[in-house]
Design a protein around this ligand. Sequence first.
Ligand code: DGL
Length: 241
Amino acid sequence: MQKKYVAFFDSGIGGLNLLAAFRQKYPDIPCLYYGDNAHAPYGNKSREEITELAFAAFRKIATRPVAAAAIACNTVTACCAEQLRASFSFPVAGMEPAVRPAAKTGGNVLVLATRATMQSERMQDLLRRYSSEARFTLFCPQDLAGEIERAAPDFSRVDLSFLPQGKYSAAVLGCTHYVFLKDRIAERLGCPVFDGILGTADHLYKIANVCSKNPQKQGKSALIFLGNAKKHNKKLYLSLF
Ligand code: DGL
């Protein structure tokens, strides 16, 4: 039987966090990572531009045998997940900001996301759904995803003084790039920090309809990198995870 890949797509390096979580749980499933680092960050671009870039990447991904693909990017999910799902024959999982678990803390929840994500109908709907459970403070850090791209692999160089002052019951990282700063953000804010990484990894495994058999015994399976920064992303992935 032909080997099929579970594919991951992000504007750059942010999706490596999802890839790492997926491979930690399902190491015997072949994976493919496509980063569009040359055009990152996407978050301040228009919806049309983001959609065009995402489609260009997905068309390249679709030239490989794909079991399922993850939009490992909240910004792309917010802008065009439905269009991508309707256009490709393999199942597509998106990222959803972890508003639901954060809202359970019942207080003031800080939500961090890119401008494109925050302005999307998808995000506004999500926030409305949980508005009776928590109060949301919304914040779009100007160029944080770009700074993270440039700082890699030394994320300690990213200055966190931009974080809004306040007392929060939880924070939501609505961008996969921000996950590289999760521990530092949690320490600085002094509250639990949620991302959608593990939930998406499990959902992706389900929709891919592949079978992870006794992963401990099988060891790690194929992992290929595509896109305009494939060597960079591979090196970063191998050095971090
Ligand atoms: N990793 C992205 C996200 O989850 C992209 C951020 C960006 O390119 O601005 O939103």
